[in-house]
Design a protein around this ligand. Sequence first.
Ligand SMILES: [Zn+2]
Ligand SMILES: [Zn+2]
Length: 472
Amino acid sequence: MSDVVKNSVRISEPATTKTPEATDAPIPDVDNYVAYTLKTQKALPPIQWSNILNELNWISFLVLTIPPFVGVVGAFYIKLQWQTAIWAVVYYFMTGLGITAGYHRLWAHRAYNASLPLQYLLAILGAGSVQGSIKWWSRGHRAHHRYTDTELDPYNAHKGFMFAHIGWMLVKPRRKPGVADVSDLRHNPVVRWQHKHYISLILIMAFIFPTMVAYLAWGDAKGGFIYAGVIRLVFVHHSTFCVNSLAHWLGETPFDDKHTPRDHMVTAFVTIGEGYHNFHHQFPMDYRNAIRWYQYDPTKWTIWVMSKFGLASHLKVFPDNEVRKGQLTMELKKLRRAQEQLTWPSDSNDLPVISWESFTSQAEKRPLILISGFIHDVSNFIEEHPGGAHFIRNYIGKDATTGFFGGVYDHSNAAHNLLAMKRVGVLHGGSPHGLDDKRAIPPSQRLKIARYTELLSPGSSSAYSDGEDGLL
Ligand SMILES: [Zn+2]
Ligand SMILES: [Zn+2]
């Protein structure tokens, strides 16, 4: 096991010690940093069966494969005592919170301030999760947020579920993660302390401490090691990994759909509350992942409780008004899709403009009625008119606006919507433009969702054609 532990330490070393300059490198002044970097920075060749043995990150590979193996074999030989079972679950949450409340929300995102005792506690517990040092972890995570779904995102979800989950650690990274500033962490005494004592800390916190608790309290050293140490570690690993895989794959995008992060309750349950990832990528500095009280976010609850004990402060919360703008945009997008599935009446820009003389003469050959400046062809509707065919026949070749809007019968919104579908032309000089005459806008279109580009092009009748050539 000491091999595993020793090896696991070194997972963090390459990124933290080999490429410190990447952290501080100034961002070049280019239009698109990602495209520029991909063009100018060399990448290692793609992984193939022929080169996989050379390209494996053996240290990480062993750290991620030996514990599951030892755990399964150990569980086969060592009986699980109920006290140890409870302790393993409790310790899973404790070390998991070291990552979620500590590494992630405190250090990677500065979502709140933690007192020194709480910082030490989180740094120690986080070490028990064996996921590299705070500095290395946060560096990669900040790049993940900054370059989400691109080649500069170390766990780019577009490379597949398994790559984002674990694959990115099993092979040598093809590129350096994109530039991300971690200068704040370099000056943090707790981060430095953890980095310095990382090997001892993971040995103690991942294996010795959980073993000792079980041994001293109920005499189950072997069970403590296997269940609260090794198996618990495997669960914490995959719990965190799910934030990079499952949270970028399963669920809804209620705040923004530009990138892969998604919200789902199942992800929240397996990640100690990090499952509202769509929200998190939109508002990463917010100390919450779940914004509703009934959503599962024990990390948020822990930070909140810590603040009540005076151990945490300045819990950052994004303004609700801005959060709701994101939600509204997504709701409007959905409605817009529903709107686009319907057939809408032609508007005055798309219809031929016809003179009054042309209208009356063409109405002798086919049933045309003028309402609100639009000429309607009612040939398929005369017999189906609920008010009787004779009413319609009376208005053929005439202006029926007043009759339609209450002079004879105040038609329903549905009738008005249906009428608009029968538009075939616009009367020259009689066409209401814009909102001059609200009756020209069918009720179904008064709250229509328009893109801003559509609003920028003002309507204009361009198809004026007088005389017998008018195409109705
Ligand atoms: Zn993410
Ligand atoms: Zn994050």
